[in-house]
Design a protein around this ligand. Structure first.
Ligand SMILES: CC(C)(COP(=O)(O)OP(=O)(O)OC[C@H]1O[C@@H](n2cnc3c(N)ncnc32)[C@H](O)[C@@H]1OP(=O)(O)O)[C@@H](O)C(=O)NCCC(=O)NCCS
Length: 274
């Protein structure tokens, strides 16, 4: 068996989207990567196709590793190996190469998130030196019955991004960072009340994701995030509200406070010094 890596930018987008979908076959959550989904991931998460790799076993593409980059830090944005090539050491070999490549280009840290219940993934990343930073959790709430006469103000998404960059945790998961939030665009919408800010996905459809919640440091501890979220539940009634499992566990209380239920899948935010 001869394993090699090829730069992902040498392949057409539909090929990469299909390979990623096949790499995630049988995953804990169904994954279907279309061209549009892939383009959005690349723009929002800073995926660099010149650093991302197609995994070849002899002449056959058997996996894809997407690498995002910002400054000295890279993130393994996705890694999937086709089911016929799993559990035979391909993942371990590929990670060792990706770490060596990141070191060679001068990066100082590699990050990733892995579903806690994904035994093979967690084992693989720990084996190649990744350490857990914290658990990331998600929530859900169906059709909350809320009344609120609080005035909320709609603002530019870029304003939320600026506040998160300034007031948020320095090591927020990649997808919650101010840099990622800055890449969100309509139909997502942003709102504020006083010092509380929230970004949500398109509220015109049934399922709405809370993509960012922030209270400025000076106003924390007064329940402002709950006031804002309840005002949003009242403004957009009849929705199913989602918080994907990318929020630090220590922030979970803000969602519990508005009656959201914790999702069963959680993730580990992991880091490896290079
Ligand atoms: C996770 C994944 C990338 C691992 O790649 P792989 O080539 O299967 O991994 P390896 O064969 O190198 O094995 C890595 C470790 O995981 C363990 N492992 C592999 N398959 C396993 C399984 N089905 N159950 C439990 N452990 C497993 C191996 O024992 C090995 O540890 P060891 O060397 O200490 O024994 C691959 O299984 C995959 O693509 N899965 C679907 C997509 C996915 O989960 N991606 C990761 C999301 S972040």
């Amino acid at each position: 068996m001869n394993l090699t890596l090829k730069p992902a930018h040498e392949y057409p987008i539909p090929f990469l989207a299909d390979l990623m979908t096949r790499g995630f076959e049988g995953y804990l959550v169904p994954i279907n990567i279309t061209d549009t989904v892939l383009f959005t991931m690349m723009r929002r998460d800073g995926i660099d196709l010149t650093a991302s790799r197609v995994l070849m076993k002899d002449d056959e593409p058997v996996g894809l590793a997407m690498i995002a980059r910002r400054g000295w830090t890279s993130r393994l944005a996705a890694m999937g190996i086709t089911s016929n090539a799993r559990s035979g050491g391909v993942g371990t070999w590929a990670m060792e190469q990706l770490i060596a490549e990141a070191k060679a280009r001068g990066d100082k840290e590699m990050l990733l998130e892995v579903i806690e219940q994904n035994t093979a993934g967690v084992k693989l990343y720990e084996k190649v030196g990744f350490k857990k930073i914290r658990r990331l959790i998600g929530f859900k709430l169906e059709n909350p019955q809320v009344e609120s006469d609080v005035e909320i103000e709609e603002i530019d998404i870029r304003e939320v991004a600026r506040q998160v960059t300034y007031h948020g945790l320095k090591d927020l998961p990649w997808q919650l960072s101010g840099t990622t939030i800055m890449q969100h665009t309509p139909p997502s919408r942003a709102f504020k009340i006083n010092d509380a800010y929230c970004l949500i996905s398109n509220p015109e459809v049934t399922d709405v994701a809370i993509q960012s919640v922030l209270v400025k440091a000076r106003s924390r501890g007064a329940g402002l995030s709950a006031v804002l979220m309840r005002a949003l539940f009242a403004k957009f009634p009849g929705k199913i509200w989602h918080v994907s499992a990318i929020y630090p566990e220590e922030m979970g209380f803000i969602f519990e406070h508005v009656g959201m239920e914790r999702e069963s899948l959680s993730q580990w935010q992991m880091s490896r010094a290079l």
